[in-house]
Design a binder for this molecule. Structure first.
Ligand SMILES: Cc1cc2nc3c(=O)[nH]c(=O)nc-3n(C[C@H](O)[C@H](O)[C@H](O)COP(=O)(O)O)c2cc1C
Length: 351
């Protein structure tokens, strides 16, 4: 491994990590994943580099993490190399262990402006963004000053505050990785991997669908395997992603396709145990729902409570009355309210 690999080189194989999901893998969900799933790594929701550099200071909420979440990677998306450089500086100063560039999001709000999976069509720009992010990392690692490197006053103030708490520990070079898909409208992993490999990102995660497929059909793991073959002989860590139910399936796929590991996304919603493969009882699930609701309120006090509902739904299944409980939880406004709804079911079950 080269010295740009950072924490990736030291991770035990196979790597089984939490896939980033906007609106889902917030700091509370990552806390639950770390407590109950013991993932090899977690990745934040994606953060718009243009948004952050233009002063959207609330985006820094997506870049919250707890000390025991390491290794923790900040995911960024956008198209502007200067904004990538600046946000990579911020992420490094905030103490992240790595930076991941999103080149896989198919949402029209992202791809129509050339970001996310649209970068598969503009490989020169994609490569430029990797170099820009690396430069931003080095700017901070080499002793840069946030007062000079961060343009917007509100973002700068908050970044300085958080960076000061870390001191010089964050003055280090961290690896830059990429998460992408196997093609834009056709499956073309060889062409796309050859382009990315020119910049030697520390790791590449491949979701086995094209942009055009969005989330339809099944992930094409043979295409992920073809990408792996094209990257063989490089130092790039290669992870697969798509439709994995749990840890054992992730390990089985990684072995079958010669990968370093895999990331699990949707199967972890309201089910952090998918990452560890532990089977849990209904009682443990319902306790998990309460713990998650508490974590959400504690770690994200300014976020509207409805943002945690997707997870609560995930925990509340597998017993008579689950659909009715899920319906009631739609209207929950606080962790205490969740407790009122869940405890009448949980207490008799746990007795
Ligand atoms: C609601 C939602 C939000 C997502 N947000 C992101 C994101 O911010 N960054 C990213 O790289 N992928 C994102 N993804 C894609 C997932 O990380 C993952 O690649 C995809 O869901 C396939 O894996 P899975 O079948 O295990 O869920 C998102 C997926 C969903 C469903």
């Amino acid at each position: 491994m080269n010295d740009l690999s950072g924490f990736w080189a030291a991770l035990p194989r196979p790597i089984v990590g939490l896939s980033p999901m906007d609106g889902i893998t917030d700091v509370a969900a990552r806390a639950m994943a770390c407590r109950h799933g013991d993932p090899s790594l977690t990745i934040t929701e994606f953060v718009s580099v243009e948004g952050l550099t233009h002063g959207a200071v609330t985006l820094l909420t997506d870049l919250l993490y707890e000390p025991d979440h390491r290794p923790i990677v900040a995911q960024l998306y956008g198209v502007d190399p200067d904004a990538f450089r600046e946000c990579a500086t911020i992420a490094t100063a905030l103490g992240f262990d790595g930076i991941d560039i999103n080149m896989g999001c198919p949402a029209s709000t992202v791809a129509n402006r050339g970001a996310g999976a649209a970068l598969i069509k503009t490989p020169e720009l994609a490569r430029h963004l990797i170099r820009a992010a690396r430069q931003g990392v080095v700017d901070w690692a080499n002793g840069g000053d946030l007062h000079r490197l961060v343009r917007h006053a509100k973002v700068r103030r908050e970044a300085v505050r958080r960076a000061q708490a870390l001191g010089d520990r964050a003055r280090r070079v961290i690896p830059v990785s990429v998460k992408t898909r196997v093609g834009f409208d056709t499956i073309e992993p060889e062409r796309w991997m050859s382009e990315l490999a020119e910049e030697s990102p520390a790791a590449i995660t491949l979701h086995g669908r094209t942009l055009k497929q969005l989330y339809s059909g099944r992930a094409d793991w043979d295409a992920i395997g073809r990408a792996r073959e094209r990257l063989r002989g490089s130092d790039i860590v290669v992870l697969g992603n798509g439709d994995l139910a749990d840890r054992s399936e992730a390990i089985e796929r990684a072995r079958a396709y010669g990968l370093d590991g895999a990331l699990i996304g949707r199967a972890t919603v309201g089910n952090p145990w998918a990452l560890s493969g532990q089977s849990v009882t209904v009682v443990e699930r319902l306790r998990g729902a309460l713990e998650h609701a508490d974590a959400f309120e504690t770690l994200l006090p300014d976020k509207p409570f409805f943002a945690v509902r997707k997870h609560l739904h995930g925990y509340c299944r597998g017993f008579d009355g689950a659909p009715e409980l899920r319906r009631q939880l739609m209207f929950a406004t606080s962790a205490a309210h969740c407790r009122e709804l869940i405890e009448p079911i949980l207490v008799p079950l746990a007795a």
